[in-house]
Design a protein around this ligand. Structure first.
Ligand SMILES: [Zn+2]
Length: 271
């Protein structure tokens, strides 16, 4: 027997179970994350390194993306904004978030040229910024909170995405200083963590991993990269916590799909 539960005024809750998709693109030794909310809204976090534009744009078009509602430049290093200028030239963008850190590089100036050409509104990425993507997806920036950090990586916009009972923590290139700041703020518990700084031993401390309690780690990292990321130390800690690790250098793009209760992973690798 089919029972339809129709509670007046509560029907919108069905939205909780429509899928949220988070794509960790394979852009080699760089970062690029696409978030597709159930209501059709999209968010792009970072845009790969200098020569990744074509691959990112092709990927987004294949996903049927016609508009980027939110773009985040997590911090101004080339492996995060290197192709972001070309990507935002290819799609209409409603708003772009970035930390308050003017940076005198070609990549930064290229990005601002397109922002100015297209008159894209720019907001500051900082702790406390929050918004919803439709009814069921809550986005909150946990960092940066301060206005000065020793390491550029610690200016990274750290983003928590909540979908029903499931949480994703996207660390960009955050290191130990930013992790400490986030821990003091609280609310770091997540099911999936995108490991900071491509798995470098500059962060992902045991103390932090214990607070986050994630069972799954995603590492965006290039094959045979010269930095030997991810570091042995970080892999040891993830293993010690019995976490499942998905790496873009081994699996290609990694796609997490949440229904608010469960998260499924699939990859580009054909077995
Ligand atoms: Zn990076």
């Amino acid at each position: 027997m089919l029972v339809l539960m129709l509670v007046p005024g509560k029907t919108a809750h069905a939205d909780w179970f429509d899928p949220l998709k988070i794509h960790f693109l394979d852009v080699g030794q760089a970062d690029c994350i696409l978030v597709e909310a159930p209501n059709g809204q999209t968010m792009l976090i970072d845009g790969g390194d200098e020569h990744d534009a074509e691959e990112i744009i092709t990927y987004l078009k294949r996903e049927g993306i016609t508009h980027l509602d939110i773009v985040v430049a997590s911090h101004p290093h080339h492996d995060h904004i290197g192709s972001l200028d070309d990507v935002i030239r290819a799609f209409p963008v409603s708003v772009l978030y970035m930390p308050n850190l003017p940076y005198d590089t070609k990549y930064y100036h290229d990005l601002f040229r397109v922002i100015n050409e297209k008159q894209i509104p720019v907001d500051r990425a900082k702790a406390g910024v929050h918004f919803k993507m439709g009814f069921s997806v809550k986005v909150e920036m946990l960092a940066p909170k301060g206005s000065y950090y020793k390491h550029i990586n610690d200016y990274s916009a750290v983003i928590k995405i909540q979908h029903g009972k499931k949480n994703f923590l996207l660390m960009a290139d955050a290191g130990a200083e930013e992790e400490k700041e986030i821990m003091s703020r609280g609310g770091v518990k997540a099911d999936v963590i995108k490991i900071g700084h491509h798995g470098a031993n500059t962060g992902s401390s045991m103390e932090f991993l214990k607070k986050v309690k994630a069972k799954t780690a995603v590492i965006s990292v290039g094959k045979n990269n010269p930095y030997q990321f991810p570091s042995k130390e970080v892999l040891y800690r993830l293993n010690n916590r019995k976490m499942t690790v998905y790496r873009t250098d081994q699996l290609g793009a990694i796609i997490a799909t949440s229904n608010g209760k469960k998260i499924m992973f699939r990859t580009n690798v054909l077995h």
